[in-house]
Design a protein. Structure first.
Length: 320
């Protein structure tokens, strides 16, 4: 496939450091002399946009990350990791002089499920004025996978940015995370008419719409203006729903093979966006996203090695 057939991608959102420890069956109690000892520790880049951009670059995409970090050692580490992976960031990774780089402790239980303790840092002041808007909107695809976790941006800037992106023909994609804002149903619903793809998790959406089953949730989002809904069902795979099309792709990893779910959603997003940027069908794009997520959850941490991703591309036979 010629480079001209590849869409450019901008990832907008969180850049932070994850400190993962596993397994944690229970946490120490305050005022009690107790310790918890773990078998594994991993220090890695994190944040939805960062994880997505790293995997996209390792797959060979033309991807730029727009985010905000501190002016500390964690920031230097993140910029080095992004540059080494091939993520464009020199004109789009903003440094704060007031706040340190966002850092998250991730405790992983024996079943691979996660608990987070977060320092929001530089991301608490993330806003559109940090970036060159013309540069931000210059890609053919714009994904924002950190909805609900960037309070200033979500409430003041996001809608106008999505409107401008769609007006000029940029493909818009959004995923949410249970972030500092919690889950705000009204805020989500306002964004839907300006999204080509909304890609949330079933668990979070059922917190917002407890009266609906997954298919009803997807249909409800379509009725509110979303063009395409990709609902991540966890152990049940992924559901795709549009106004005239529906399908479910089953998971590729058995529950007993799951090590850590930290990178599942972000790596699905990367695989889906990569395939879509290569003009694959929705079905094949979802299948490939599922395959990338399946690779991520077989190991601790959110990062998948370049060799593993290139092998997936080769074995899929989708990109010949």
């Amino acid at each position: 496939m010629n480079q001209a057939d590849h869409k450019t991608i901008h990832c907008l959102g969180g850049a932070l450091v994850d400190i993962l420890m596993k397994p944690i069956g229970k946490y120490p109690k305050p005022h009690v002399r107790s310790n918890v000892f773990v078998e594994e520790m991993n220090f890695s880049p994190g944040g939805g946009a960062t994880n997505c951009a790293l995997s996209l670059a390792k797959m060979g995409a033309d991807v730029t990350l727009f985010s905000k970090i501190g002016s500390d050692h964690h920031a230097d580490y993140l910029q080095r990791e992004l540059t080494e992976a091939g993520v464009n960031n020199m004109q789009s990774l903003v440094r704060s002089e007031e706040h340190k780089t966002s850092t998250v402790f991730v405790g992983v239980d024996p079943d691979g499920e996660r608990t987070f303790i977060s320092y929001h840092g530089a991301l608490s002041d993330f806003n559109l004025a940090d970036f060159d808007e013309e540069h931000l909107l210059s890609a053919e695809m714009l994904i924002y996978p950190d909805f609900f976790n960037l309070p200033k941006f979500d409430k003041l800037d996001l809608l106008a940015l999505l409107q401008k992106a769609q007006q000029q023909g940029t493909l818009t994609l959004l995923d949410e995370t249970w972030g500092i804002l919690g889950l705000e149903k009204e805020l989500l619903e306002k964004t839907l008419p300006y999204l080509d793809f909304v890609m949330p998790s079933k668990d979070d959406l059922q917190q917002m719409y407890p009266e609906y089953n997954p298919e009803d949730i997807a249909n409800h989002l379509i009725s509110l203006g979303a063009r395409n809904v990709i609902l991540k069902l966890g152990a049940d795979g992924v559901m795709f729903v549009s106004s005239n099309h529906k399908f479910i792709v089953p998971p590729v990893t058995k529950p007993n093979d799951v090590v850590d779910c930290t990178g599942a959603g972000d790596n699905f997003n990367a695989g889906f966006v990569f395939a879509l940027s290569r003009n694959l069908s929705f079905e094949k794009s979802v299948e490939f996203g599922n395959a990338v997520a399946g690779k991520a959850i077989r190991q601790i941490g959110s990062s998948v090695e370049r060799e593993q991703l290139q092998q997936l591309i080769h074995e899929s036979n989708f990109f010949n």
